[in-house]
Structure formats: structure tokens, C-alpha cells
Design a protein around this ligand. Structure first.
Ligand code: FE2
Ligand code: FE2
Length: 206
């Protein structure tokens, strides 16, 4: 069989290069840029949302239903973080060995507790954070579609959940702020932080 054209050969036993990276580079992925974007998205999942959503959820006291939805979104963002990090290392990248530096690279603004911390203000912040996540993940999908199936699969799983999160917070904010019913199609996850797409769990129908 003739050797594939344009594919640089990683020599047998060479541990300094990865065929898993080479093949996506050959297909047109800017791997360095992709690693940077994945680190920015990991920082957004971990710092901008998972960490700050913890504080936001605490302040939804008195709204047990809102707390529960916020908790699902919070834990699913942690699942996203867990999913992204191994991919960064597989691609030859690494996390900054400095937490403040990592935080500052986040692709989304920190979801800091609003003042005053009313349910409307918190839900607005949650909604806009999810929207930032959707925009960030679709960029990774666009960049990897048809070229890097592994990153694309991961990004599209995360995107599925971010789109659901947006729908949840539209429903809750419309209800809380405007007294309006805009259904998200959501009932509840099987258990908090179920993450049906990013944890590979079966979704909706057991
Ligand atoms: Fe997320
Ligand atoms: Fe989310």
C-alpha cells in the first residue's frame, strides 16, 4: 500500500511527537490556537462558572427550585472542566501552573455575585454566562468539524448541555422577572449534575 501523501512520519519509538496531533494538523487544525482556546474554555468552566455558581447558588436561598437548577448547571460545568483537561494534555498542551494566571485567561467573564443579590440579578447573570459558553463552544465545533473528530465530539457534547442551560435560565428569568411562561422543555436531571451528554449517561429515557 502506498504511503499517505503529506503525512509526516513519526518514527517508531519517538515519544516527542504524536500521530494524534499530526493527523489533525495535516487536516488543517491550528493546534496551538486550539490548545489556547481549550485552556480559555477550561478556565471559563472552572473559574468563571463552577466556582462563582457555587456562590450564586448559596444566595438563591428561599428558591429551592432555582437552587436545584443552578446546582445542575454548576456541576455540569465541573464535568465539562474534567472532560476538557485531558484533551489539552493529549494535544501537547498544559494548564498554567498558576491559578490566578489561569483565571485571567478565561474566555468568559466571572459570574460574580451581583449587588444586590436578588433572584432576578442572579438569574440574569447565569443566563448570560451560559450564552458566553455557547458562543465559545460553537467556535471549537467550527474549528474542528471534519478535521478533529475527538475534540469535535467533546465540544458538541458540552455545547448540548450549554444550550439546555440557556433554556433553563430563560424559563426561570422570564418567570421570576416578567411573570411569563417560556418553557425550556426541561423537567429535572436524574440527580444533581447528571450531565447526560458530557458524562456519557443515557439521557431522558432510562
Ligand atoms: Fe459548561
Ligand atoms: Fe453551562
Amino acid at each position: 500500500m502506498p504511503e499517505k501523501q503529506n503525512v509526516p512520519v513519526v518514527k517508531a519509538g519517538d515519544v516527542t511527537q504524536r500521530v494524534g496531533v499530526e493527523v489533525i494538523r495535516v487536516r488543517g487544525v491550528d493546534v496551538e490556537k486550539l490548545i489556547k482556546m481549550l485552556i480559555a474554555n477550561a478556565a471559563a468552566e472552572f473559574a468563571s462558572t463552577y466556582y462563582y455558581y457555587t456562590i450564586l447558588r448559596m444566595h438563591l436561598a428561599g428558591h429551592e427550585d432555582y437552587k436545584e437548577i443552578c446546582e445542575d448547571a454548576r456541576l455540569e460545568d465541573r464535568a465539562h472542566w474534567e472532560l476538557i483537561v485531558p484533551r489539552i494534555y493529549e494535544l501537547g498542551g498544559e494548564l498554567p501552573n498558576d491559578l490566578p494566571a489561569f483565571h485571567d485567561q478565561a474566555g468568559c467573564r466571572a459570574a460574580k455575585l451581583p449587588d444586590p443579590p436578588t433572584a432576578v440579578n442572579i438569574l440574569t447573570l447565569l443566563l448570560e454566562s451560559e450564552r458566553c459558553a455557547i458562543r465559545s463552544w460553537i467556535e471549537i465545533c467550527d474549528m474542528t468539524f471534519g478535521k478533529d473528530p475527538r475534540t469535535y465530539d467533546m465540544a458538541s457534547r458540552i455545547l448540548n448541555e450549554e444550550i439546555e442551560h440557556e433554556a433553563w435560565f430563560i424559563e426561570l428569568l422570564a418567570h421570576e422577572r416578567d411573570g411569563k411562561s417560556i418553557p425550556s422543555g426541561h423537567f429535572r436531571r436524574g440527580e444533581p449534575g447528571h450531565a447526560p451528554y458530557s458524562k456519557n449517561a443515557g439521557f431522558y429515557n432510562p
